[in-house]
Design a protein around this ligand. Structure first.
Ligand code: AMP
Ligand code: ZN
Length: 516
C-alpha cells in the first residue's frame, strides 16, 4: 500500500490539512519544551507526546525528521496568560520555595532538567535532534532584540525593551485575539510600564539587575522575555522557513501569537506553516490542581514515594505503574479532543501493555523454535498495520490507532501454534507498530543496542571508531565555520544509518531504526 496522506489540524487556518514539508519528505519542526522549575506533570507530557507521535508518524511514511525542543530555564513569568505578563520568574520563585535544596538557581534548573529527561525516556519519547536551553542562547536573543529595535519593531523604555504589536500586520491571526480591547481586558492586573506605547506590546527584555539570572545588554543588566527564546532558537536551528510548531493550547495566546510576530518581523515573511496545539488534559473530570488532589507528576505515578498519600493507593501499593502504561493511557485521547485521564484508563492501559509484552515473548519463543508451517499472520497483520498508520495520519487519531493495533495482539494470542514464518511476520508487525506508537520497547531496537554494545563483535567496534572520527571531523568543520563540509559529514553518517544528536555537551549518536 502506498503511504496515506499525513493530515494535521492547523490552528492557523482552522482546518485539517495535508502536511506538505518545505523540503520534500523532511519534516522540520519546533516544540515548546518544559519550564524546568518543578517535576513535569502528566498534562505536560500529553503535549510532548503529540510531538513524539508527529515524529513517529512522519518517519513511518518514510520522511526524515528534524525536531528542536527547548528547555525554558529563564524568563517564564507566573502570569503567563497575559499578553505582557507580570509576576515573578517561575524559576526564581521555585528557588525561593525550595531554597535549601539547591545552592543556586542553576542547580535547580539542572536538577529539574535531568528529572525531565528521565521522564521523557521512561515514557519512550524519541529524542529531538536539538534540545537548546534558553540560558545558553541569551546572546542570540539579544542579537534578535537589537535587530528588532533597529528595524522599528521594538523600542526601549527604562524598564525594558518591548515589541511593538502595531508593527506586525498579522498580529492576532493565530489566536483570533485581534481586538485591542480584549487584550486590554486580559491585562487588567498588570502593573503597567507608563512608557509603553500600546498596552498590547510585550517585553523582549526586562531590565532587572537583581534578577537571580541576569545578563549584560545594551539596556543594562536584565533577562530576556519568554517569547523571544522560542523564535530565536527555532530559527537558529531550523532556518527562516520551517514546517511546523507544537505546544499545548494555553500557548496559542500569547506565547505563539508573539512568536509569530517576532519571527515574521525578523525574517520579513511567514516562517512556520503549521501550528499544532494539544488540548489540556483533565484528571477525573476536572482541571488538574494541587488543591483538588488530582495533580500528578509523571513521577507520582511511575515511582511514587510510599508516604505520599495524594497518590492513589492502587498506584502506590504496586510501587508505581509501568511508565509505558502511562504513555498508552495518554494515547487513549486524540490530542485535539478534551481528554479525561482516569485511574481506570491507567490500569486498563497497563493490562494492554502487558498483553503486548506477552505477545512479544511468545513471538520470540516461536522464532527460536522456528517450526515448519505456512505464514498465517502476515496478511492479517499487514492490514492491521495499514489501518493503524491510516489512523495516525488522520490527525493523530490515537484511540483508533491503538484499537486497530490491539487486534494484532489478539491475532497473535489466538494462534495455538505459531510457525517460524508466522513468527517472523509477527515480529515485523510488532517492530513496525512499536516504531509508530512506542507501545513497548521494540525488540528490533533492543537487538540493535545489544549489537552495538557487543564487545566481541569487531565490526561494530571498528564502525563505532569510524563514527567517532567522522563526528570529530564534523565538530572541527563546525568550529572552522565550514558548514557545508559539516553538513556533508552528517549526510555520510545518515547514509550509514547513524543519527546525530547535538547536545550542549557535544554530539551524541545512535543507530537509526529502519523498519521498512
Ligand atoms: P510549561 O512547563 O508550563 O512551559 O509547559 C510545557 C508544555 O505543557 C506546554 O506545551 C504547555 O502548553 C503544556 N501543558 C501544560 N499543562 C497542560 C495540560 N494540562 N494538558 C496538556 N498540556 C499541558
Ligand atoms: Zn515556546
Amino acid at each position: 500500500m502506498s503511504s496515506p496522506t499525513f493530515r494535521l489540524y492547523n490552528t492557523l487556518t482552522h482546518e485539517t490539512e495535508p502536511v506538505e514539508p518545505i523540503e520534500e519528505e523532511h519534516l522540520q519542526f519546533y516544540s515548546c519544551g518544559p519550564t524546568v522549575y518543578m517535576y513535569a506533570h502528566i498534562g505536560n507530557f500529553r503535549s510532548f507526546l503529540t510531538a513524539d507521535l508527529i515524529r513517529r508518524t512522519a518517519e513511518a511514511i518514510g520522511w526524515d525528521v528534524t525536531n528542536v525542543s527547548n528547555i525554558t530555564d529563564v524568563g517564564h513569568l507566573t502570569q503567563d496568560d497575559l499578553v505582557d505578563p507580570g509576576g515573578e520568574d517561575k524559576m526564581q520563585q521555585a528557588l525561593e520555595r525550595e531554597g535549601e535544596r539547591f545552592a543556586n538557581i542553576y542547580d535547580l534548573a539542572r536538577h529539574y532538567t535531568e528529572a525531565f529527561l528521565e521522564d521523557w525516556r521512561a515514557l519512550n519519547l524519541r529524542e529531538p535532534e536539538v534540545r537548546p536551553r534558553a540560558t545558553e542562547h541569551v546572546t542570540d536573543q539579544l542579537r534578535a532584540v537589537v535587530e528588532l529595535v533597529e528595524s522599528d519593531h521594538a523600542y526601549a523604555t527604562d524598564q525594558g525593551v518591548y515589541f511593538s504589536v502595531e508593527s506586525a500586520d498579522d498580529y492576532g491571526h493565530l489566536s483570533g485575539n485581534t481586538e485591542a480591547q480584549q487584550l486590554q481586558a486580559s491585562e487588567r492586573d498588570v502593573v503597567e510600564d507608563p512608557d509603553k506605547r500600546d498596552p498590547r506590546d510585550f517585553a523582549l527584555w526586562k531590565h532587572d539587575p537583581d534578577h537571580l539570572m541576569h545578563w549584560h545588554s545594551p539596556w543594562g543588566w536584565g533577562y530576556p522575555g519568554w517569547h523571544i527564546e522560542c523564535s530565536v532558537m527555532g530559527m537558529q536551528y531550523l532556518g527562516n522557513r520551517f514546517d511546523l510548531h507544537t505546544g499545548g493550547e494555553d500557548l496559542i495566546f500569547p506565547h505563539h501569537e508573539c512568536e509569530i510576530a517576532q519571527n515574521q518581523s525578523l525574517a520579513g515573511h511567514r516562517v512556520i506553516n503549521y501550528w499544532v496545539h494539544t488540548r489540556f488534559l483533565q484528571v477525573e473530570g476536572e482541571k488538574m490542581s494541587k488543591s483538588k488532589g488530582n495533580f500528578y507528576t509523571v513521577r507520582d505515578l511511575i515511582q511514587p514515594s510510599p508516604e505520599d498519600d495524594h497518590v492513589p493507593a492502587s498506584v502506590r501499593d504496586q510501587g508505581g505503574v509501568d511508565p509505558l502504561a502511562l504513555r498508552y493511557a495518554l494515547m487513549q485521547g486524540q490530542y485535539r479532543k478534551p481528554f479525561n485521564f482516569t485511574l481506570d484508563t491507567l490500569h486498563t492501559a497497563a493490562r494492554h501493555v502487558q498483553r503486548y509484552r506477552d505477545a512479544a515473548e511468545r513471538v520470540e519463543a516461536a522464532l527460536t523454535a522456528d517450526a515448519d508451517g505456512p505464514d498465517e499472520l502476515g496478511d492479517r497483520l499487514g492490514d492491521i498495520y495499514d489501518r493503524t498508520l491510516e489512523a495516525m495520519c488522520d490527525d493523530l487519531n490515537t484511540p483508533a490507532a491503538t484499537a486497530a493495533a490491539l487486534e494484532g495482539v489478539k491475532a497473535i494470542e489466538q494462534m495455538d501454534r505459531m510457525s517460524g514464518a508466522s513468527a517472523r511476520s509477527a515480529r515485523t508487525w510488532l517492530d513496525r507498530t512499536n516504531a509508530l506508537l512506542g507501545i513497548i520497547e521494540s525488540t528490533f531496537e533492543a537487538d540493535e543496542q545489544t549489537d552495538t554494545a557487543s564487545e566481541t563483535d569487531p565490526t561494530s567496534d571498528s564502525l563505532a571508531d569510524s563514527i567517532e572520527e567522522l563526528l570529530a571531523d564534523r565538530e572541527a568543520a563546525r568550529r572552522d565555520g565550514e558548514y557545508a563540509r559539516a553538513d556533508a559529514i552528517r549526510d555520510t553518517l545518515e547514509a550509514l544509518g547513524i543519527e546525530v544528536m547535538d547536545r550542549p555537551e557535544g554530539p551524541e549518536w545512535r543507530r537509526k531504526v529502519e523498519l521498512r
